[in-house]
Design a binder for this molecule. Sequence first.
Ligand code: ATP
Ligand code: MG
Length: 575
Amino acid sequence: MRLSAYPIVNLKEVPADAEVVSHKLMLRAGLIRRLSAGLYSWMPIGLRVLRKVEAIVREEMNRAGALEILMPTIQPAELWQESGRWEEYGPELLRITDRHERAYVYGPTHEEVVTDIARRELRSYRQLPVNFYQIQLKFRDEIRPRFGVMRSREFIMKDAYSFHADEASLDEGYRRMHDAYQRIFTRCGLSFRAVHADSGSIGGTGSQEFHVLAASGEDAIVFSDGDDYAANLELAPALPPPGGRPAASAPLTEVATPKAHTIADLVTQLGVPASQCVKTLIVDGAAGDLVALVIRGDHELNAIKAQKLPGVANPLKMASPDRIRTELGAEVGSIGPVGLACRLVVDHAAAALADFVSGANKPGFHVTGCNWGRDLPEPVTADLRNVVEGDPSPTGNGVLGIARGIEVGHIFKLGRKYSAAMKAEVADENSQPLTVYMGCYGIGITRVVAAAIEQNHDEAGIIWPDPIAPFKVLLVPMNWLKSERVREVAERLYRELDAAGLEPLLDDRDARPGVKFADGELYGIPHRIVIGERGLDAGVLEYRHRRATDNEEAPLEGLTEFLRERIRQSSTGPA
Ligand code: ATP
Ligand code: MG
């Protein structure tokens, strides 16, 4: 492409609602334009990136044996009533009515439609397993569309659905998709992790999310340095500390702690570490009672774990200060387990403390030297907290680290949820009806583009990984208008690189070099060649990789080979 023929102007200012860097850069560089809340148009350069991601996904899905189809975006309500999701799905589901007053939805996902295809087309177990996929628009009426195409309302998903005669075949199909996803995100040049998403149980393979690692990610993910264990923070189990509890050595003592309402206040007033204090959180019980959850002062409550406890209200609800006052006679800020008239559940780490500090259930006082089994009964324990960096991995190998991630893909064993509800059956070996097993596998194609930018950018702009860059090579001729020689060489190189498939972008605009360099950096084109009179005298050009800080010489003759080699080097893995 020639920039002189490209009408989209870079934005100098981005709207205030663009909070994250990918959204800002995509708007500045003119990759996308907003139509209305959560709805974006893909402009020429942006679309080139999107198509590259699509192409990689399509190739790997085909290689894994999946069959591409295309299903309508608009789906009849009857199918959603059959699956039960017409009621279940809630306001993210866009419901529409046609001129005959028939109800439809704009598909947020396609399990119903593909299950309908399967029950019509698949008759015998001999036709299984099969995997149908598509690359199609979805609409989800997100409550807070934000971050541009990262969480939009309309977006493009690659969604695949597999059908199997038994669970072993489903496991195999799931594993294939897992491997295909590994290849897809590796080929996109991204640094990513597959994390357990359904349960923290080790080796649980019912559902995994693929996360692109980026500081701005919405999700906290936990991974081990000892093996490939990775899980959502919400689900990673915290093991009981090894070694048990030390013996009690201090007497239970009430101390005045005026105005100490938080653990941080206690730490300064009493000079004890937060890890020697406990926090007592009162939540609603399932039977209209109250339950006290006790965790260490330096730990955070994990709501997902807490609400799964028997007898605790799900979803988790903190008890109101009024209820705590009337039913427990305590004030939030000075609650402690000693003498508290309600059921206690104590996190493993808090239960392993001796001589700890807690609220005294009396405003302005705390107790020190608290000990389980002496001042309090032996505790009922559970895993109630988020893991922290340095905790042992639940697999027993290595310690845990925490990173932030952007969910770009999700693979899921559905089992018979949809096939049973919608009667997707085939004849088994004995001609008896068999309800098929299903898996579903999604990739947010549009989100991948934004996530790639979140992971790869600097002050000046985007740094595309080679495999998804809109153009591989930027040609910057100096003195375009004045130097006929530069123009001739630039035109020749442009044609040569184009013919060699190196996807050149020629900046043939009548603009200052500074403007051309800045725009090239904003667009994130990985390889830049500058063509100047002086270099041509010596038969050389100037080369620089988007990540490099210095120029190198590149040969005028043999430039294609030179660039091929550079592209090969920078494509061999994520930076
Ligand atoms: P999230 O938790 O981010 O809302 P989800 O769990 O609802 O995602 P899935 O139903 O698993 O997402 O959809 C598959 C993929 O589609 C996700 O992994 C993500 O990459 C993408 N995706 C989901 N919602 C959006 C959205 N609003 N905008 C862009 N991509 C999305
Ligand atoms: Mg969602």
